[in-house]
Design a protein around this ligand. Structure first.
Ligand SMILES: [Fe+2]
Ligand SMILES: [Fe+2]
Length: 230
C-alpha cells in the first residue's frame, strides 16, 4: 500500500488539472468536512476537563476552532469559485482558446488569497504542534485527550499533503500561465505569525534573491512586507 501511494504521489504532477482538483476535493476536502467538527468538539472537551492542569489545551481548542471556521470558507472558495474557474481556463487552453478574462481575474485574485490562507492555517497548525510538544500525551490524562492529540496529528499530516498538492502542483501550473510567482513554498510554510517580524529580513532577502534569479517577485512576500512597513 505504501508503495502504491508513493507511486501515486510521484504522478500527481502528470494528472490532468480537472482530475487533480477533483481528487483534492474528494480526498482532502472530504477528510476535513468529516473531521473538523469532531476534532473541535474533542478539543473543547479536553479544554474543559484538563484545562486546569494543562492550560495549553485551552489555547489549542481556541486555535483549532478558528482553523475549522477559516477552513470552511477556504474550501467553499476553492470548490465554488477557484476550481471551477481553473477548470474553465484549462479547458479553453486545451482547445487553443484564450481563457475568459473574468475567469483569469478570478483566478489571480483567489490565488493570492488562498496562498495567504495556506500560510495562516499552516502557522496555526504549527502553533498547536508547539503547544502540544509535538502531540506528546501527558501521563495523567484520559482516553479522550489521547484521541484528540492523535486526531490533531492526523489533521496536520493530511493538511501537509493537501497544501502540497495545491501550492506545489495545482497553483504552480496556474501561476506559470498567469505569471504569478511566489518564493519557494517552504519559506512561507515554515514561518509563524509570532516570528514573522524576526524572519522578515530573511524573507525579504530571500525574495530579493529570488527576484534576482528569476527576474520576478514574490506576491506573498510583498504582502508581508507591506504589513510590516505599515
Ligand atoms: Fe483545498
Ligand atoms: Fe487550499
Amino acid at each position: 500500500m505504501q508503495n502504491e501511494s508513493a507511486d501515486r504521489s510521484q504522478n500527481y504532477a502528470s494528472w490532468a488539472l480537472p482530475f487533480l482538483a477533483d481528487y483534492i476535493v474528494n480526498t482532502h476536502h472530504a477528510y476535513l468536512k468529516e473531521n473538523d467538527e469532531q476534532i473541535a468538539a474533542y478539543a473543547r472537551k479536553i479544554a474543559g476537563v484538563h484545562g486546569a492542569h494543562h492550560p495549553e489545551v485551552i489555547r489549542i481548542a481556541a486555535i483549532f476552532a478558528k482553523i475549522a471556521t477559516d477552513m470552511t470558507a477556504h474550501l467553499k472558495e476553492e470548490e465554488e469559485v477557484f476550481f471551477p474557474a481553473l477548470k474553465r481556463a484549462d479547458a479553453a487552453r486545451i482547445a487553443g482558446d484564450t481563457p475568459d478574462a473574468h475567469d483569469r481575474e478570478t483566478i489571480r485574485v483567489s490565488l493570492l488569497r488562498l496562498h495567504r490562507e495556506h500560510v495562516e492555517i499552516g502557522d496555526a497548525v504549527h502553533e498547536i504542534r508547539h503547544l502540544s510538544k509535538e502531540y506528546a500525551i501527558p501521563g495523567d490524562v484520559c482516553n479522550t485527550f489521547m484521541v484528540t492529540y492523535q486526531k490533531l496529528k492526523e489533521f496536520e499530516d493530511d493538511l501537509h499533503k493537501h497544501v502540497h498538492l495545491e501550492n506545489n502542483i495545482l497553483f504552480r501550473r496556474q501561476q506559470s500561465c498567469e505569471q504569478i510567482t511566489f518564493c519557494p513554498p517552504a519559506l512561507h510554510w515554515n514561518i509563524s505569525v509570532s516570528t514573522v517580524v524576526l524572519l522578515t529580513p530573511l524573507l525579504v532577502g530571500a525574495t530579493e534573491e529570488y527576484a534576482k534569479e528569476t527576474g520576478q517577485t514574490c506576491a506573498a512576500c510583498h504582502s508581508i512586507r507591506a504589513v510590516v512597513a505599515n
